[in-house]
Design a protein around this ligand. Structure first.
Ligand SMILES: Nc1ncnc2c1ncn2[C@@H]1O[C@H](COP(=O)(O)OP(=O)(O)O)[C@@H](O)[C@H]1O
Ligand SMILES: [Mg+2]
Length: 269
């Protein structure tokens, strides 16, 4: 393996120092080329719109793996700041909301991946749901209000890096759509998250407490900034939860999503 220094790790890739002021995001072997290209395209769009995101410098290969080169940010994630300074949680959550609302102010009609199509494709592939349930959720999703705004698709505190400013990373899931759907995904991510089985109970409780605090303050600030009602976000919870079932998440997290999905399905006529 390369002797580059690893400085970060995500679910899809490892991040290494590359050259002066640059990093390489090296994807897992056989990671779909289309998704990597999507990250390059959306990062380029976000950067050109003036959103603070590491500038992308193109594609390369290293040790038989695909990589994208980006501007290096010498900061820590918002998630690590929240854990380190929980007393400042309210400010960090407001920041999360304001960055998200800022992204949503931009149009992204030029992106060919659209929210409803992506959501419905995922729901169609979702494990654990019956064909009838999938059909019902897809029909419901198709009726939701359209949008053509820039949506990050995976906006959470670990995808925000902080130095003297703030940087949004990880644009692979970027799409054009209704911001309310993008916010609903963040609400789901802050609502349902599991920890390894051997996590000590007090730590589990503490993390759950922090997550709930972030969620409440994030929602409140997002609604204040945009002037929207929570109901506009809430109506996207069902597809956001169902689409997440296709992801590589632990079974107990899938079970929690399933209870949300089935409770909501019951309320549909
Ligand atoms: N441009 C960058 N500069 C410095 N660190 C980065 C940069 N991009 C990502 N990282 C670090 O690597 C982690 C994983 O990167 P990310 O793009 O979110 O990958 P994944 O898609 O696997 O989640 C980030 O949370 C961050 O800590
Ligand atoms: Mg990430």
């Amino acid at each position: 393996m390369t002797d580059l220094k690893r400085i970060g790790q995500g679910r899809t890739a490892d991040i290494f120092e590359y050259s002066q002021g640059r990093i390489i995001k090296l994807y897992k072997k056989d990671f779909p080329a289309e998704a990597i290209n999507q990250e390059l395209v959306v990062s380029g769009l976000a950067s050109s719109l003036g959103i603070r995101t590491p500038e992308p410098f193109g594609h390369t290969q290293l040790d038989g793996r695909d990589g994208l080169i980006f501007q290096r940010i010498s900061g820590v994630s918002l998630l690590s700041l929240i854990i380190k300074k929980p007393w400042a949680i309210s400010n960090y959550s407001k920041l999360l909301a304001s960055l998200h609302a800022e992204i949503h102010a931009y149009e992204a009609a030029e992106l060919n991946r659209t929210q409803k199509k992506v959501l419905c494709d995922y729901i169609q592939q979702a494990p654990l749901l019956t064909e009838q349930e999938k059909e019902k959720i897809i029909r419901y999703t198709e009726e939701l209000p359209d949008g053509n705004k820039l949506c990050h698709g995976d906006f959470h505190p670990d995808n925000v890096l902080c130095d003297e400013g703030y940087w949004i990373v990880d644009w692979m899931t970027g799409i054009s759509g209704n911001p309310a759907g993008d916010t609903a995904r963040t609400v789901i991510l802050l609502s349902v998250g599991s920890m390894p089985d051997d996590t000590p109970a007090p730590l589990k409780l503490f993390v759950q407490f922090l997550r709930n605090k972030v969620k409440a303050a994030y929602i409140k600030e997002y609604l204040r900034l945009t002037g929207h009602e929570y109901s506009t976000i809430d109506e996207w919870i069902l597809p956001a939860a169902a689409a997440r079932l296709v992801e590589w998440i632990p079974q107990n997290e899938k079970d929690a999503l399933l209870s949300i999905i089935r409770a909501r399905l019951k309320t549909l006529v």
